[in-house]
Design a protein around this ligand. Structure first.
Ligand code: G3I
Length: 340
C-alpha cells in the first residue's frame, strides 16, 4: 500500500502520531486514520502523571491501556510519554510540595515509585519511553553551567543528579525499553546552537558514566515564521547518533498564522507552502540519518491540536485539516517516503 506506515516500513522507519483518547475508538474517521496511516502511537496525554495517578496511590491506567491494546491489535509500536516532566503533574503532588507536606526527600521517593509503577505497568509493551522531558534551559539567564534549566521543578527540588537516576530507575523497571531524552529546539536551530550543544555534551557525559540512555527525541515543533535550518537539523540529529544513540522526531508539527481557529487556513501563500516544506525537510533528515528510528506527528488533524490554544492566531500545524482531509504536508511526506 501507499499509506505512510507501509512506505515507512520499507525503510524500517516508524511513522507515528500522537493520539487523543477522547477520539480514538469513538470517532470512526479519526480511528481509521490512526490505524491505517501510522505504525507508532504516542498517547498525547494519557500516560502523563496527572492522567495515570489523579489521586495519590490510586492509578487509572484505563485510557493508556486502551491505547496499548489498540496498538497491539493494529501492529503498532508505542512511544511512552512521559515520566519526568514539570507539566501535567497531579494536583495532589504540586499542592503537597507547595504546602510543605511533601518534603524533597519524600518527593524523590514518590518520583521513584511513579517511574517504577508506570514503566512496570507497561513492561514489554512500550518501544520507546520519553523518560525525561524538557529539562534544558531556553535562555542563558535560566541555565546552569551545563545548560539544565535552573527553574525546572525537578531540578530545583531534587538537583541535577535526578536526570541520571530517573533513567536508571526506568531501566530497572523495563530493561528492554528504549529510553529517550525528549525536548524541543534541540536540533535545527539557525543562529546560536546553544541548546543543541548543551544537550549533546550533557548526554555524552551521562553515557560516559554508564547511564542507560538509548536515544534523543527532537520534538520538532516548528513555526513557519521562525528560522529552521534543514541542514542543521540533519547534522544535529547525526551528531546525537554519532554518540551511539538512536534518534527520533517525536512531536512534529509546523504552525502558521491562520485566518481563524475554526477553519485554520494560512493567512499567506508563503506560509501555506512553508508548512509542507518544513514537514518534509524534517522527515528527510530522519530518513538520511541511519539511526533515526521514528518520525511522529503531534496529533492527527488540525481540529485537535494544542497549537491554537497555546499560540493564538496560529494553527494549520498537522497532516490533516479540520475536516480530516489529507493536506499538502501529508502528500509531501508520502512522496518523500516513496522516493527513498
Ligand atoms: O484533562 C482535562 C479535562 O479534564 C478538562 O475538562 C479539560 C478542559 O480544558 O482540560 C483537560 O486537560 C487538558 C489536557 O491537555 C488534556 O486534554 C489541558 O487543559 C491542556 O492544557 C492539555 O494540553 C496538553 C499539553 O501538552 C499540556 O502541557 C496538550 O494536549 C498536549 O498536546 C501537550 O503536549 C506537549 C507534550 O506533552 C510535550 N511537548 C510539548 C507538547 C505541546 O505543548
Amino acid at each position: 500500500g501507499d499509506s505512510l506506515r507501509a512506505l515507512g516500513a520499507h525503510q524500517g522507519l516508524g511513522i507515528g502520531t500522537a493520539v487523543d483518547m477522547a477520539h480514538l475508538g469513538s470517532d470512526r474517521n479519526y480511528t481509521d486514520i490512526v490505524a491505517d496511516q501510522f505504525s507508532v502511537v504516542t498517547p498525547e496525554n494519557a500516560m502523563k502523571w496527572e492522567a495515570v495517578e489523579p489521586t495519590r496511590g490510586a492509578h487509572d491506567w484505563r485510557p493508556a491501556d486502551q491505547l496499548v491494546q489498540f496498538a497491539r491489535q493494529h501492529g503498532q509500536s508505542v512511544r511512552g510519554h512521559t515520566l519526568m516532566w514539570h507539566n501535567q503533574l497531579p494536583a495532589w503532588l504540586t499542592t503537597g510540595v507547595d504546602n510543605g507536606t511533601i518534603s524533597d526527600p519524600q518527593l524523590r521517593e514518590i518520583l521513584h515509585r511513579h517511574v517504577t509503577d508506570e514503566v512496570g505497568h507497561f513492561r514489554g509493551q512500550v518501544w520507546q519511553w520519553d523518560v525525561v522531558n524538557e529539562v534544558f534551559a531556553n535562555s542563558w539567564d535560566k541555565a546552569l553551567p551545563n545548560g539544565l534549566n535552573s527553574e525546572d521543578f525537578w531540578i530545583r527540588h531534587l538537583g541535577e543528579g535526578i536526570v541520571a537516576d530517573v533513567f536508571r530507575w526506568a531501566h530497572q523497571a523495563d530493561p528492554k525499553a528504549l529510553l529517550f531524552y525528549n525536548d524541543y529546539n534541540i536540533a535545527g536551530q539557525d543562529g546560536s546552537n546553544a541548546k543543541f550543544t548543551a544537550v549533546h555534551d550533557y548526554v555524552e557525559r551521562l553515557l560516559a558514566q554508564g547511564v542507560p540512555i538509548d536515544g534523543i527525541g527532537e520534538q520538532g515543533h516548528l513555526d513557519t515564521q521562525y528560522g529552521f535550518d534543514p541542514q542543521r537539523f540533519q547534522a544535529d540529529l547525526q551528531s546525537y547518533a554519532d554518540l551511539g544513540l538512536k534518534v527520533a522526531v517525536t512531536e512534529a508539527d509546523v504552525r502558521t498564522f491562520v485566518n481563524n481557529a475554526t477553519e485554520q487556513v494560512p493567512t499567506s501563500q508563503l506560509a501555506a507552502f512553508a508548512q509542507p516544506y518544513e514537514f518534509s525537510e524534517m522527515l528527510k533528515a530522519c530518513q538520511l540519518v541511519r539511526q533515526c528510528v521514528s518520525f511522529t506527528a503531534w496529533g492527527v488533524y488540525d481540529g485537535d491540536s494544542w497549537i491554537p490554544g497555546t499560540f493564538s492566531g496560529t494553527g494549520y500545524g498537522l497532516l490533516y485539516d479540520v475536516d480530516m482531509r489529507p493536506k499538502p504536508a501529508y502528500f509531501a511526506l508520502r512522496k518523500d517516503l516513496a522516493l527513498a
